[in-house]
Ligand binder design. Structure first.
Ligand code: SF4
Ligand code: SF4
Length: 386
């Protein structure tokens, strides 16, 4: 049978995180990956999981440690000795914060790896042809010979899908991530930047943990959903197309996929991709974020743009703070690129006039006090809400 010109995707059934079964599944993904043959004792490999925040693995916010452990084991079987696990989670990028997150997410149980605590960073020129010219990247990504991205299948309040491409946003150090939200404030621009970033980091292999995924108000405020799959590919773009299809999204629903298509990184039709591995069914009724994004003013004729912007302010999803749940920790204000949140008398409040609906605040709230609403056509702030 003639093979597709697109990188293939391996999708495997994996019902739970039992170590032996996870290792078998990861080994099958490595067997399908041509780059595995080039690994040697000297290859410096950085595994980039999704460690968004200090949450236990069963909350489905972060990549499960069993998957990270299985990737490390597959590398060791091929003789690799220099294996680093690195991510820049939300919030400040400090060794103390990393230590706390590694412990909470179960990364301290992963054997045979170095958990990164070097919080320096450097620059890499972006691939030509996108929006970004240069990226600041954490040191273990810059220093690696091979980056293996190990993401988590989740919904996302801003980008709708978090899988392979979005996982790489954690290669940008700490609070420079909100700065990128501010520099690329629309969904369209931000998504182009994410594609630029993925084309700049160039992970050799991307694996996405969809054993227990997150549906609803992801990437941190949603609910765990049993999907029972592990997927891998050399292309995070093609892999995201398969994951989107799995949970009922089309290319038009996900701005990073739209831009991947424009750059000819994915085909227009999923049937052009070779999907190897096990038989699987699409996941029915996978819940999307309340914010499921609208972004249209950039594509309108100039004369109507002011009206469209006015309309957009009213229908665009925005964060709503439930003050009765707010504990005044300030993590939302710290991560807000527009500096539009203040904590007064122990409660956070948002000045909506400057809010760009990036949902960094929603993402970082440790007690799920921030939900997604709309001024029109959605849940509105009620009494006790900001
Ligand atoms: S809304 Fe959440 S993140 Fe913001 S101060 Fe309150 S508890 Fe902290
Ligand atoms: S208030 Fe929240 S959604 Fe608005 S700009 Fe700040 S972090 Fe983004």
């Amino acid at each position: 049978m003639e093979r597709s010109r697109w990188p293939s995707v391996t999708v495997l059934r994996l019902e739970d995180y039992g170590q032996r079964k996870v290792e078998e599944a990861v080994e099958r993904i490595f067997t399908a990956w041509p780059g595995a043959a080039a690994l040697t004792r000297e290859t410096r490999v950085t595994i980039k999981p999704n460690l968004l925040m200090a949450r236990a693995p069963d909350q489905a916010t972060t990549t499960h440690p069993a998957v990270v452990g299985a990737v490390a084991a597959a590398l060791r079987r091929r003789g690799v000795e220099k294996i680093t696990v690195a991510d820049s989670p939300g919030g400040p990028y400090t060794a103390a914060a990393l230590g706390r997150i590694y412990r909470a997410c179960g990364m301290t149980d992963v054997e045979g790896v170095m958990l990164n605590t070097d919080t320096t960073w450097g620059s890499r020129k972006a691939k030509k042809g996108g929006l970004a010219e240069e990226f600041h990247l954490i040191r273990p990504i810059l220093d690696a010979d091979v980056v293996i991205s190990v993401g988590k299948l989740k919904t996302h309040g801003m980008t709708t899908l978090s899988g392979g491409v979005k996982n790489l946003f954690g290669c940008v150090p700490g609070l420079q991530k909100p700065e990128l939200h501010y520099r690329y404030p629309t969904l369209d621009a931000f998504s182009q930047m994410l594609v630029d970033l993925a084309e700049t980091v160039v992970p050799a292999l991307t694996i996405v943990d969809a054993v227990t995924a997150m549906e609803g108000n992801g990437p941190s405020g949603g609910s765990p959903r049993q999907v029972g799959l592990l997927a891998g590919s050399m292309s995070p773009f093609v892999l995201d197309l398969v994951l989107a299809d799995l949970i009922g999204l089309k290319i038009g629903d996900v701005a990073t996929l739209r831009h991947s298509l424009r750059r000819e990184l994915i085909p227009a039709d999923i049937s052009e991709i070779d999907i190897d591995g096990d038989q699987y069914e699409k996941i029915p009724d996978f819940r999307m974020p309340d914010s499921k994004a609208l972004d249209f003013s950039d594509h309108m004729p100039a004369p109507v743009r002011p009206f469209v912007r006015w309309l957009r302010r009213r229908v665009t999803p925005r964060p709503v703070i439930h003050t009765e749940r707010c504990v005044g920790c300030g993590k939302c204000a710290e991560s807000c690129p527009a500096r539009t949140i203040q904590v007064k008398e122990g409660k956070a409040a948002i000045d909506y006039s400057r809010c760009i609906s990036c949902f960094c605040c929603h993402e970082m709230c440790p007690v799920r006090a921030i939900e997604m609403g709309r001024k029109w056509g959605g849940s509105r702030p009620r009494a006790g809400q900001s």
